[in-house]
Design a protein around this ligand. Structure first.
Ligand code: C5P
Length: 232
């Protein structure tokens, strides 16, 4: 296979021969945490994250959210529009967990209503620091369209995950611009980039199982995929 145009921690991005405006994104059987300091290679994990992402991207597209998703190729590859990625990770929080608990006096499980949107620099070398909206603007990036899209996506996610008996704690989004400068949702939408708790509990079905060494992520992610596939 040709070499990737972009090598992420758990995904690789390839050009699509003859289609300059498209890329394929291959999901690997790999999980990382703490900025790559912890790594494992769980069999089937790439396929499961790809299939979960595909279902969720399709749901968003049906609801009028503009995304890079075009389809799947095989089980572990998404065909997507080629974008210039905005170097900011956008996080939506509905319940306090993770970094907001570490860096504030909020306790884990505190409801965050209305949901908040945060921005982090997408730069592993700098350990992805928290940004203010003013800093995002200073970087020449208008945070408002990303904030609006993130809150709309949160509304759709809330409806989706409530149907699965899951409380959506938080999630990370990435955005990019196509050649026409349209802002589209990019990256993946899987339990690698979300916190999903069994309704009414703090039982994780997401990457925290790996971060905290609390269980088998493949089994948990598969349960999410099954629930998505069995939606009425
Ligand atoms: O670590 P933190 O609590 O800020 O993460 C918030 C959410 O964003 C979590 O669901 C986490 O999995 C996700 N995230 C991510 N990629 C990052 C940072 C956070 O997917 N680089």
């Amino acid at each position: 296979m040709e070499s990737p145009i972009l090598q992420g921690k758990v995904k690789s991005v390839y050009d699509v021969p003859g289609e300059a405006d498209k890329v394929s994104i291959v999901f690997h059987d790999k999980v990382t945490a703490w900025n790559g300091r912890a790594v494992e290679y769980p069999p089937e994990k790439g396929k499961i994250c790809c299939l979960i992402s595909a279902v969720i991207f399709q749901m968003l597209e049906k609801n009028g959210i503009k995304t890079h998703f075009l389809g799947t190729k095989g089980f572990d590859t998404m065909l997507c529009r080629k974008l210039t990625i905005v170097p900011v990770e956008v996080i939506v929080r509905n319940i306090a967990a993770g970094s907001i608990v570490k860096t504030t006096h909020l306790t884990e499980g505190t409801l965050i209503q209305p949901a908040i949107v945060e921005y982090f620099l997408k730069d592993d070398a700098k350990d992805d620091p928290l940004l203010t909206p003013d800093r995002v603007a200073l970087m020449g990036i208008n945070p408002e369209p990303m904030r609006d899209a993130a809150l709309k996506i949160n509304n759709h996610f809330q409806i989706l995950f409530a149907q699965l008996g899951i409380d959506l704690v938080d999630f990370k989004l990435e955005f990019g611009h196509d050649s026409g400068q349209n802002l589209l949702l990019a990256d993946e939408l899987s339990p690698d980039s979300m916190r999903l708790w069994k309704e009414g509990t703090s039982e994780s079905y997401d990457k925290d199982l790996f971060r905290k060494d609390k269980g088998d992520i493949v089994e948990a992610y598969n349960q999410i995929l099954d629930k998505l596939n069995n939606l009425p």
